[in-house]
Design a binder for this molecule. Structure first.
Ligand SMILES: [Zn+2]
Length: 392
């Protein structure tokens, strides 16, 4: 595990918060996730569905799942393509572990598809190159940067999330490649709603991604609605799924690797660092958390996770601690100490690059941050913002 360092508390100040009789925030009794996480479900014992899902994994027959995986690969393997499957690949520990296992453990030839980070950095580039050296074909999608930057600014100001369009892009790009190359099988990493707490419609949804449903609901809004006087419809192509008829024509089948093999972000990290020289965060840990090995390839991610803290009251340390608690790598007590220490840390690394990218001054940035503070979650004490209901 990385070295843990102490940091000063977040001292960003702003507008005075609102209501005094805000509803309380519940925290999962097993991990540290609050019920402010969108779509999370708590049971009558106060335990979140991510923790229940983690506990259920102990009863899974992983040998049977492995056989199911082999059967499905055989069934969907294309007979007339150079590639056996598409892997949406950031170059991080999780998608690299999947790509590596598919190629070297299962003798498949995956086509790796990367949708560019908003602000790529050296660590991400290095890690992608290291895996590619082992022998993979790679499609790198870098959308129109003028449009991407404009959308990042718009979504940061309007929604407190500079990556709304990027989310659409990373989802659409692998499917566009699958259609283009005629590769029916796509391996996504984990079913996030099951692993981290959220909406789980059925057991089948934990295994297979339903494109009809994804296209209708998951993106949340249609990229075609982002058109304005500066952005033409055709400039939004990288963010839009191929037509459903095309997806059905190639018989696309998208599976979650984490359904077939026990999913753990820390174990993926341990796996991949044995396979090649995987760089971690230079400074020893990323802003807002105690880890140095997760979500490293985009300079804007520090700001992205900080905004999650502002909007929902849980930050990057909570996110990491919950994942480690659920997979048995950390106790709740240890996690709580780390959350108290790091969750509120201001995203100072790459701040000037991020502000430059968004075209904002630091006061404009801080003002936007405070506009997104939920008054049910935050209030002012003295001249400092505090969580109304911190974890305990
Ligand atoms: Zn939990």
């Amino acid at each position: 595990m990385p070295v843990f360092r102490s940091v000063p508390e977040n001292s960003s100040a702003g507008n005075r918060g609102g209501i005094s009789d805000a509803p309380t925030v519940r925290y999962c009794g097993k991990c540290l996730m609050p019920d402010t996480r969108p779509r999370i479900v708590f049971d009558s014992e106060g335990v979140c569905n991510a923790c229940r899902h983690a506990a259920d994994k102990k009863d899974i027959d992983w040998d049977a799942r492995r056989q199911e995986f082999l059967d499905l690969v055989e069934k969907f393997r294309p007979r007339d393509s150079a590639y056996d499957c598409v892997v949406p690949w950031s170059g991080g520990k999780d998608s690299s572990a999947i790509a590596h296992r598919l190629k070297f453990e299962f003798n498949l030839n995956p086509l790796l598809v990367t949708f560019s980070p908003l602000l790529p950095n050296k660590v991400g580039l290095h890690n992608r190159e290291e895996l590619l050296k082992l022998g993979f074909d790679h499609v790198f999608v870098r959308p129109n940067q003028k449009v991407s930057r404009e959308l990042a600014k718009r979504f940061f100001i309007e929604r407190g999330n500079p990556k709304v369009h990027w989310d659409a892009g990373i989802n659409a790009a692998p499917v566009r490649a699958a259609v283009q190359y005629g590769i029916p099988l796509i391996f996504y990493a984990e079913h996030g709603e099951s692993e981290y707490g959220g909406r789980v419609l059925s057991a089948e949804h934990q295994k297979t991604r339903d494109f009809t449903e994804v296209i209708e609901h998951q993106i949340g809004d249609d990229p075609e609605n982002w058109v304005d006087e500066d952005i033409a419809p055709r400039e939004l192509a990288p963010y839009i799924y191929p037509p459903l008829e095309d997806i059905q024509r190639i018989g696309a089948h998208a599976l979650y690797f984490g359904y077939f093999f026990r999913w753990s972000m820390y174990e993926n990290y341990e796996y991949i660092r044995e396979k090649f020289h995987f760089l971690t965060e230079e400074s020893g840990r990323t802003d807002g958390t105690f880890t140095d090995f997760d979500s490293l390839d985009d300079k804007i991610d520090n700001m992205y996770y900080y905004m999650q803290f502002i909007k929902f009251g849980f930050g990057r340390a909570t996110r990491d601690a919950c994942r480690l608690i659920q997979n048995g790598h950390m106790s709740r007590k240890e996690g709580l100490e780390l959350v108290r220490k790091f969750d509120s840390e201001f995203p100072k690394s790459h701040l000037s690059d991020n502000l430059d990218y968004l075209g904002l001054t630091e006061p404009e940035f801080n003002k936007t941050v405070d506009l997104h503070r939920n008054p049910e979650i935050w209030h002012m004490e003295g001249n400092r913002w505090k969580l109304r209901h911190p974890p305990k």
